[in-house]
Design a binder for this molecule. Sequence first.
Ligand code: DGL
Length: 280
Amino acid sequence: MRHQVKPSADLATRVPTILVFDSGLGGLTVQREIARLRPDARFVYCADDAAFPYGRRDETEVIARVLAVMERLVAAHRPDCVVIACNTASTLVMPHLRRHFALPFVGTVPAIKPACEQSVSRMVSVLATPGTVARDYTHALIAEFGQGCDVNLVGSVHLASLAEAVMRGEPADEAAISAEIAACFVENRSRRTDTIVLACTHYPLLMATFRQLAPFPVTWIDPAPAIARRVVQILGPARPTAEVPASLALLTGGKARAALAPVFSSYGFAETGVEPLPLH
Ligand code: DGL
């Protein structure tokens, strides 16, 4: 049974702080959906850029890293709710986080259930990091919710970094992106893939390019709106507020801080700081 922690009782009278965490910038695709439903909230966004990408790290390393960063963030920012906006981390660390902290945590995991429910051709691809593709958690989701669909797991080594480059202002490397998504598009004699799950929060950042490069049209599933609705279930709906509180974006490495300040500002973050947590 899922371990439920109730949010603090005084939330009806004050602005909640929502901590959104990812290895990099992908979690912004989740944060922007939460901000649509809770524009009155204060956001602290942390990109663990000192350890990016998580997708190629081994499981014990990811668990230890997320717990260490979270220890610091929770102590410093006292969030009312924490969103792990990273599939690579969520498919591993949620039970550990819930054991360590008495806070509501919301994870981001591959949207296999809705994809298999809506696929007409019964051919679904899951585009994710190599870590997420290898997880027992992902395989258990397919066993439980696959509904007899052919589920094709595609582990992409470079796509999260390609999305980060675009966010830093570099042109999209279309040849490289095409090569990374090609295995998602499967055609048999009478059927072909009609639904692709974006199972890494970085990938919706490249949505327009994916659509343009797709060899045939498909439905792309981004779980971010569902995650935002889950946060509202926990914290309640937006309240009228005279002033939107300043939100803070943090980088654990901080090398790209200057280049990323305009990106964070376009997502509504007034301040970009560095929470130094170098990888040792
Ligand atoms: N954004 C992360 C996810 O949703 C992955 C990026 C990485 O490999 O660090 O899986």
